[in-house]
Write a protein that binds this ligand. Structure first.
Ligand code: MN3
Length: 196
C-alpha cells in the first residue's frame, strides 16, 4: 500500500483557540507528511506492502521493525488524530454505545481523569489512549509511534503528546493541553465509529 497524506477534515483555524492554525499547519503539513514519506520509503519492496495499515502495525511490532513501527504507526495515529477532533467537540454527552462502555469502566469523570493522567505520565514523546481489550475499555499510554494495535487491543481515542502537538499553543504545559483537548475538541462520534 502507498501511504497518502489526507486533507484535514476542517479548516486550519477551525479548532482555535484550543489548537491554533499554526500548530495544525506544522503538525499536518510537515510532521504527518514526513511520516508518510518515510513510511513509503520503509515499506517499498517489503512483505508489508500488501497488508492493511492495521495489519502492518501489529506485524511490524512483532518483527521489531523500528522504521515501520514509527512511521506507519504514526501515519495510522495521525489519520485518526485529525478525525478525533472537531470544532465544538468535547463535552460529556456521548453516543449511546460509547456511553455504556464508559459507564462500565467507572464513568466519564474517571475515564477522563485516567486518560489525562496517562498523557501527563508518558515520559517523552508518545500517546494517551482509550482502547478496547476483551470487550472492556482500557486507558493506555505508548511511547513514540506505538499504538494499541501493536499491543493486541483496539484504539478508539488517542491524544498526541509529542511536543509538536502542543508547544506552539501551550509551551511546556502538557496538562493544560490535555485538559483543553479532552474537554473542547474530542469528536465522540469518531470515537464510537471505531468500536466496531
Ligand atoms: Mn504528531
Amino acid at each position: 500500500m502507498t501511504l497518502k497524506l489526507p486533507d484535514l477534515p476542517y479548516a486550519y483555524d477551525a479548532l482555535q483557540p484550543f489548537m491554533s492554525a499554526e500548530t495544525l499547519e506544522f503538525h499536518h503539513d510537515k510532521h504527518h507528511l514526513a511520516y508518510v514519506d518515510n513510511g513509503n520509503k520503509a515499506l517499498a519492496g517489503t512483505k508489508y506492502e500488501n497488508m492493511s495499515l492495521e495489519e502492518i502495525c501489529a506485524s511490524a511490532f512483532a518483527d521489531k521493525n523500528a522504521p515501520i513501527i514509527n512511521n506507519v504507526g504514526q501515519h495510522w495515529n495521525h489519520l485518526h488524530f485529525w478525525q478525533w477532533m472537531k470544532k465544538g467537540g468535547g463535552g460529556k454527552k456521548l453516543p449511546g454505545k460509547l456511553q455504556t462502555l464508559v459507564d462500565e469502566a467507572g464513568g466519564f469523570d474517571k475515564v477522563r481523569n485516567d486518560f489525562i493522567e496517562a498523557g501527563k505520565g508518558q515520559f517523552g514523546s508518545g500517546w494517551a489512549w482509550l482502547a478496547i481489550k476483551n470487550g472492556k475499555l482500557e486507558v493506555q499510554k505508548t511511547p513514540n509511534g506505538e499504538n494499541p494495535l501493536m499491543h493486541g487491543s483496539t484504539p478508539i481515542l488517542g491524544c498526541d503528546v509529542w511536543e509538536h502537538s502542543y508547544y506552539i499553543d501551550y509551551r511546556n504545559a502538557r496538562p493544560k493541553y490535555l485538559e483543553a483537548w479532552f474537554d473542547n475538541l474530542v469528536n465522540w462520534e469518531h470515537v464510537e465509529s471505531l468500536m466496531g
